[in-house]
Design a protein around this ligand. Structure first.
Ligand SMILES: Cc1cc2nc3c(=O)[nH]c(=O)nc-3n(C[C@H](O)[C@H](O)[C@H](O)COP(=O)(O)OP(=O)(O)OC[C@H]3O[C@@H](n4cnc5c(N)ncnc54)[C@H](O)[C@@H]3O)c2cc1C
Length: 558
């Protein structure tokens, strides 16, 4: 077996020569059309730039459209940005950057108003004020929602309409970005697979807004496109990444064998639903003073422990104590459960945890600039410092909107159009390629990540995971060079290797990251971020970096 150091990840997934394929031009290329990408595109276009926005999937297949609970913002008279910041910092477990937290939460009310201005309709109480929900970690009600539990769908509807109507934005649904183009150390565009043809986009600035990576896990709340493409694209382009060990697992995902995993939002527990095991015993009260509303990682691990203790594949969410009619309060959840003959007002819902949110991503500054000139990142693919070691519920839509706005505005001001590079195909010959079943590798990867890089991790399992992923990585592309499926799988392998390497490096437990061999938080050694980058020979470099300046991998401030 190769050692972890022998796993090499290529700088590109294929050749590029601008003389051989069509080249489109735009001032700003935005990759992704969820809340981060759409907000960035709209702000860049409003600042005067011509924008090309590409999305490999339909708009309503992005994570954004799936968001249920809502978007956090301090809107009530008894709330304040300072209070919202305090809650965010507590959940961030010592790693959130206070100045980033203050900036993001103070812009919350403005971003809610901006979305309303685009036509997003948020739920109102009888007195006309916003109806605000409450989720775990929030000290008061501050979650704006739409149509009960369909907030993401409503936000995405308003954003998609604005994107399509803007005269300086061209949207393309379907093109898959294979590689970023980097020439003379600067990002100048991207290579795209559009059906069976390849084309290039040459731009002054590129904004990555590709969302999360939940699909690298067997159990996940994320839609099928959340493959970590952007994390892998940023890594191959030479950007620094951080916080990849922090993967948030959501405790309550509908579990019915064979059915796709549907999130049962935390607002359901916020409204009074409780967790019970197969005997009907409520177990969270003995584990945490906040019981079902304890931080997500604590509830998730408690559920797994209870599943083992009761030899069951899931636990149950009991809504009988919810004030009001659950069908009216949670119409989407009611509809999905009804399809499986579960009446949520009467029947407990079978649930178990699933991978939900990727805290880590490309290191960015306050404007969303990555460490590669010309490349910006926002939304789930970026590591802004807002979340620290864990994400406060409903802060991610907020972050996507705030950083999308900043990145779009800053990228529009980028003056230089760099020169397109030329990439030779660096892959080994496909002559002796093994006949790999991509689906088999995919399933094995997801299982490996769930078992060994999931809710509870330890050195041996993580080391083995890094080695296995490196091995698969060597063969996948040779086996099916240039196809979208192979590229997506290669991205999943790369992102998984980054997560496993970061998790192996952090020898403590904090936030979402739990090491059974280092079960306590170690503030003397680990108030730092693990910074990852690609070395010239393709191996993953992982080093603890300075907390204030994660783009300094040595951590000595130099
Ligand atoms: C079930 C569920 C419920 C959630 N509930 C909430 C909630 O209540 N509140 C909250 O704050 N957060 C919630 N989240 C998290 C939140 O939805 C996401 O973090 C957020 O929407 C991410 O937005 P984004 O713009 O970064 O990415 P996305 O919305 O995922 O958009 C990514 C875009 O990138 C495109 N893309 C990806 N790769 C490529 C490629 N290679 N080439 C071209 N295009 C590409 C996709 O097609 C898509 O358009 C939830 C997430 C899930 C899954």
């Amino acid at each position: 077996m190769p050692s972890p150091g022998e796993s090499r990840f290529p700088a590109t997934l294929g050749a590029f020569d601008a003389r051989r394929i069509p080249v489109l031009q735009a001032d700003v290329l935005v990759i992704g059309a969820g809340i981060a990408g759409a907000t960035a595109a709209l702000h860049a276009a409003d600042a005067g730039a011509s924008v090309l926005c590409v999305s490999k999937g339909e708009f309503d297949e992005a994570n954004t459209a799936w968001a249920q609970g809502g978007m956090a913002a301090a809107l009530r008279s008894d709330d304040s940005p300072e209070r919202h910041a305090r809650d965010t910092l507590v959940v961030g477990a010592g790693l959130a950057a206070p100045e980033v937290v203050r900036e993001v939460v103070s812009r919350g009310p403005h971003m809610v108003a901006w979305l309303q201005g685009l036509g997003a309709r948020f739920d109102r109480a009888a007195d006309g004020a916003f109806a605000l929900g409450r989720e775990g970690g929030h000290s008061t009600n501050r979650v704006v929602h739409a149509n009960g539990d369909s907030t993401g769908r409503e936000i995405q509807r308003a954003l998609s309409q604005a994107l399509r109507n803007h005269e300086r934005i061209l949207c393309k649904v379907g093109p898959f970005v294979r590689d970023l183009l980097v020439g003379d150390g600067r990002c100048v565009g991207a290579v795209v697979l559009d059906g069976d043809r390849e084309l290039a986009i040459h731009a002054r600035a590129v904004i990555l807004a590709t969302g999360g990576a939940g699909q690298v896990y067997r159990e996940t709340t994320n839609p099928s496109g959340a493959c970590g493409d952007g994390h892998a694209l940023a890594f191959r382009a030479g950007a620094r990444l951080t916080d990849l060990e922090f993967v948030q697992f959501h405790p309550t995902v509908l579990y019915i064998a064979g059915a796709s995993r549907f999130l049962i939002s935390e607002v359901v527990r916020g409204a009074g639903a409780v967790l019970r095991d197969r005997e009907g015993s409520r177990f969270m009260t003995a584990i945490h003073p906040d019981a079902e509303l304890a931080p997500r990682d604590i509830v998730s691990r408690a559920i797994l422990d209870r599943m083992v203790a009761t030899n069951d594949t899931h636990v149950y969410l009991d809504l009988s104590g919810v004030q009001g009619d659950p069908h009216e309060l949670f119409p989407s959840i009611s509809r999905i459960c009804r399809a499986f003959d579960i009446d949520i007002a009467r029947d407990p819902i079978p649930v178990r945890p699933g991978a939900h949110y990727m805290v880590g991503g490309a290191v960015v500054d306050g404007d969303g600039r990555t460490s590669v000139p010309g490349l910006w990142a926002c939304g789930e693919v970026a590591a802004t410092g807002l979340h620290g070691a864990n994400r406060l519920a409903s802060n991610s839509l907020l972050e996507g909107a705030v950083f999308g706005a900043s990145a779009g505005t800053a990228a529009a001001a980028e003056p230089r159009l760099g020169v397109l590079p030329r990439h030779d195909d660096l892959a080994e010959s496909s002559d002796q390629a093994p006949l790999l079943q991509l689906d088999d590798v995919l399933y094995s990867l997801k299982s490996l990540m769930w078992r060994q890089v999931g809710l509870s991790r330890a050195r041996d399992g993580l080391t083995q995971a890094v080695e296995r992923i490196g091995l698969w990585n060597r063969y996948v592309r040779r086996s099916h060079p240039g196809t979208r499926r192979a590229c997506e799988l290669q991205n999943m392998l790369t992102t998984s290797a980054l997560v496993a390497t970061a998790a192996l490096t952090r020898q403590e437990s904090r936030g979402t990251h739990f090491r059974s061999d280092f079960p306590t938080r170690d503030d003397s050694n680990w108030c730092r971020r693990v910074v990852l980058a690609r070395a010239d020979d393709g191996v993953i470099l992982a080093q603890p970096g300075d907390l204030r300046n994660p783009s300094d991998p040595r951590g000595d401030g130099s």
